[in-house]
Write a protein that binds this ligand. Structure first.
Ligand code: AP5
Length: 192
């Protein structure tokens, strides 16, 4: 089973993906994590995307599609959770073509319903927690970058809701409850 977790920054995509990995043996493909790893290890690509990511803008379709393509060449395990990908219509088209090329399908697109106020609290709260623990906060977890991240989401990613709705693949889950309540709602969709 391959699924997409779709939602704005702070919706809980990464948190829920991790639970699906633990509980169902699925493979999390987070383009955000892959890009941050490239940044930290100082690869050419990492250096190229650093400023764009820190500002909260999207990196190019070409880079993220390349990252996903590489992963699809490996083990498909208990299925993929696409977390933070696709984020543009071009990425969604590319994913469709890639899944077809690897003889697999997309089973569900889970859209996480949240509101901006909670997103801001969660993201700024995460930065606060990191600092309180003596760790470095994510470079894009600040008010200024978050405004850009939200705008990028509404401009470029939210059209995917209509795209997957039209394909009959979209499922909404409430994202505002406690983590376990959100997990239960996702399990309800996956087990239906
Ligand atoms: P990415 O890493 O994907 O970041 P994001 O989408 O902004 O998402 P977050 O990781 O902040 O939020 P999330 O929805 O995963 O929530 P989380 O579970 O972490 O992307 C970062 C950057 O990389 C982008 O801005 C862009 O530059 C680049 N990029 C990545 N993919 C790209 C692509 N495809 N194309 C182009 N560029 C790309 O939770 C957030 C916080 O909330 C945590 O503290 C968590 O503990 C808490 N929380 C979660 N769920 C709950 C809950 N139910 N109740 C209370 N708290 C909760």
């Amino acid at each position: 089973m391959n699924i997409i977790l779709l939602g704005p920054p702070g919706a809980g995509k990464g948190t829920q993906a991790q639970k699906l990995v633990d509980e169902r043996g699925m493979i999390q493909l987070s383009t955000g994590d892959m890009l941050r790893a490239a940044k930290t290890s100082g690869t050419e690509m990492g250096k190229k995307v650093a400023a764009v990511m820190d500002a909260g803008e999207l990196v190019t379709d070409e880079i993220v599609i390349g990252l996903i393509e590489e992963k699809l060449q490996g083990d498909h395990g208990g299925g993929f959770i696409f977390d933070g990908f696709p984020r543009t219509l071009a990425q969604a088209d590319a994913l469709g073509a890639l899944l077809k090329a690897y003889n697999t399908t997309l089973d569900a697109v889970i859209a996480m319903e949240v509101n901006d106020e909670v997103l801001v609290q969660r993201i700024l709260g995460r930065a606060e927690e990191a600092r309180a623990a003596g760790k470095e906060a994510r470079a894009d977890d600040n008010e200024e970058s978050l405004k850009v991240r939200l705008m990028e989401y509404y401009k470029k990613t939210s059209p995917l809701i209509g795209y997957y709705h039209a394909k009959g693949q979209l499922e909404w889950v409430p994202g505002l409850g406690a983590i376990d309540e959100v997990s239960a709602a996702i399990a309800g969709v996956l087990d239906a």
